[in-house]
Design a protein around this ligand. Structure first.
Ligand SMILES: [Zn+2]
Length: 167
C-alpha cells in the first residue's frame, strides 16, 4: 500500500510536535523514503538522546528511577503520537489500518515493558489515552507543522525548532 505524502507528514508531525512539548530534542525529521536495517520507512525522526532500553528496577522507588521512568514515558508518548495523529487524519484507528503503526507500537511496548515490567501493558494503555488527549489538544499545531514539512520534505534540528516556536 502506498501512503499519501500528506499522511506521512501528519504522522511525523505528530512525533515531532508532541515530542517537543515533552522536552525531547530532535536531530532531524524527513518524509523521504529511507532504507534502514529494519526495512523501508515512509518518514523518519532522528533524536539526540534516546533512553537506553534497560530494566528499571520495579521494587525500588527512588528519585533517579522516577526521572528515568518519566523520560521513558515521554518517549513512549512521542512514539505513539505518530500513528495516533495519522489515524486521526485518515479516520482510522487500529494497528491494521495504519501502515506506520507497527514499528512505533513495538518500540512503545518495549519501553513500557522495561519500565514497568508485567504492568507494562496496563501502563501502555494509560499512556495511549494520555497521548490521544495530547494529540487532540495540539491538533492545530500538528497539522500546521505537517503542511510545512510536506513542502520542505526534510528539516534539521534548528529548522524544525524555529518552526515549532512559531506555531
Ligand atoms: Zn512513526
Amino acid at each position: 500500500m502506498k501512503k499519501k505524502i500528506s499522511q506521512t507528514a501528519v504522522h511525523e508531525a505528530g512525533h515531532v510536535v508532541i515530542g517537543h512539548i515533552l522536552g525531547i530534542k530532535h536531530k532531524s525529521v524527513t518524509i523521504e523514503v529511507e532504507q534502514h536495517e529494519f526495512g523501508l520507512t515512509a518518514g523518519y525522526v532522528r533524536y539526540y538522546h534516546r533512553p537506553a532500553i534497560f530494566k528499571v528496577y520495579i521494587g525500588e522507588d527512588t528519585a533517579p528511577k522516577r526521572t528515568v521512568i518519566r523520560k521513558i514515558e515521554n518517549f513512549v508518548k512521542a512514539y505513539l503520537a505518530g500513528p495516533l495523529s495519522e489515524g486521526k487524519f485518515v479516520g482510522k484507528h487500529t494497528q491494521e489500518q495504519i501502515s506506520g503503526y507497527k514499528l512505533d507500537f513495538e518500540n512503545s511496548a518495549r519501553y513500557a515493558k522495561n519500565a514497568f515490567g508485567d504492568q507494562g501493558d496496563k501502563e501502555l494503555i494509560r499512556l495511549l489515552n494520555e497521548t490521544e488527549n495530547l494529540v487532540s489538544q495540539n491538533w492545530r499545531k500538528i497539522k500546521a507543522f505537517a503542511t510545512i514539512l510536506e513542502k520542505a520534505r526534510t528539516l534539521n534540528g534548528t529548522q524544525l525548532l524555529n518552526i515549532l516556536n512559531e506555531l
